[in-house]
Design a protein around this ligand. Structure first.
Ligand SMILES: NC(=O)C1=CN([C@@H]2O[C@H](COP(=O)(O)OP(=O)(O)OC[C@H]3O[C@@H](n4cnc5c(N)ncnc54)[C@H](O)[C@@H]3O)[C@@H](O)[C@H]2O)C=CC1
Ligand SMILES: [Mg+2]
Length: 316
């Protein structure tokens, strides 16, 4: 984000916003050059950055005098600052509050700010100032779980576990929740190893399930992705905390058993089809491509596309 207001301009805005009058105490701590050595409560220097949508972002962690600021003074100052931003046509305010300054959440909320999201050590509140209903995007809507269907083509065996923490003991593929910044295939390989001790490598993506208000997703929706993995170790050493049993099972048996979940049964049948007719019938393979706007890279998953279609040469 681009800072559009200099700190000098901010000082001027905030001197107005916080309606400060130098008190006798304040004057006592001015040095001969006029700089404040120990600003009193309320002499807080807010620094904000304009974003490309016309919103303003205030990071309380960057404000030196906050430790000495009480909640009432913060509320008063914020109220005036918000009026100022509104008169300047700002569309929204984003208020980033470090966890140790959470006493400022309640005064901000009483002025209409609402939580946008929280991380381990900070929360972010927003206030929409634009016309009509808020157009600010929400935060995360889904959690992502990934399982590995580890299939050994040479023996037709598939790796399955029974979850220790479930009321019904049904066979399923080992898997778990994706970590921030983790590729889908890497989650599958990591979770399979953590839960079963089996080493494997990513082959393809087989299915995506979307479920809303999943009980384990803290009120969010759940994306559950199953990957096809190829094993390169075979001795099971399963996690006692999460699994009750772990086995290499014949794929035909998994496809037929009733002692499994509908999604595991469906994917077992999909794998059987791929095993008999060719995995290209069922695989979504992955390729890394460059993102035009951000300069980053991303993973794109789709059915195999012939090389001449990728380059658009040799197409009639
Ligand atoms: N049909 C299927 O085959 C199933 C699919 N799934 C999907 O798998 C994904 C999650 O897989 P998991 O193996 O559950 O994740 P995971 O392998 O990352 O394990 C989560 C761990 O957190 C623990 N945990 C969860 N909630 C807890 C709480 N409130 N307090 C203390 N500990 C807690 C669990 O006991 C477990 O050890 C989701 O996407 C889910 O939809 C989950 C179960 C069955
Ligand atoms: Mg798990």
């Amino acid at each position: 984000m681009r800072p559009l207001l200099s700190s000098g301009t901010w000082r001027a805005v905030l001197a107005r916003a916080w309606r400060l009058r130098p008190s006798a105490d304040y004057l006592e701590v001015m040095d001969p050059r006029g700089y404040t050595r120990n600003p009193p409560v309320g002499a807080c220097e807010l620094q904000g950055e304009l974003d490309r949508f016309g919103g303003i972002s205030v990071r309380l962690a960057r404000l030196d005098a906050l430790d000495r600021l009480d909640a009432a003074a913060f509320k008063k100052g914020l109220q005036v600052a918000v009026q100022q931003w509104q008169s300047e046509g700002r569309t929204a305010v984003w208020l980033h509050i470090p966890i140790l300054q959470s006493r400022f959440i309640a005064p901000a909320a009483s002025l209409g700010f609402r939580f946008h999201h929280a991380e381990l050590d900070s929360s972010t509140l927003t206030l929409w100032l634009g016309e009509g209903p808020s157009r600010l995007p929400g935060y995360a809507s889904h959690q992502v779980g990934v399982a590995g269907a580890v299939f050994d083509e040479s023996t037709r065996k598939i790796l399955v576990v029974q979850d220790r923490n479930k009321l019904k003991n049904m066979w399923k593929f080992p898997g778990g929740l994706s970590e921030p910044g983790e590729d889908i295939g890497d989650t599958a390989v990591r979770e399979v190893f953590e839960e079963t001790g089996i080493k494997s490598e990513f082959r393809s993506l087989l299915s995506i399930r979307q479920q809303h208000t999943n009980p384990g997703a803290f009120g969010k929706s759940d994306m559950y992705i199953i990957c096809r993995l190829k094993p390169y170790s075979f001795t099971i050493n399963f996690c006692q905390h999460e699994c009750l049993r772990c086995e290499w099972m014949d794929l035909n048996d998994l496809a037929k058993t009733e002692n499994t979940t509908p999604i595991t049964s469906r994917v077992a049948r999909l794998l059987l089809y791929g095993y008999r007719e060719g995995f290209d019938k069922i695989d979504l393979t992955v390729e890394e491509l460059p993102a035009v706007y951000t300069g980053l890279f991303y993973k794109l998953y789709h059915k195999e596309l012939p090389e001449n279609y990728k380059t658009m040469t040799g197409i009639d």
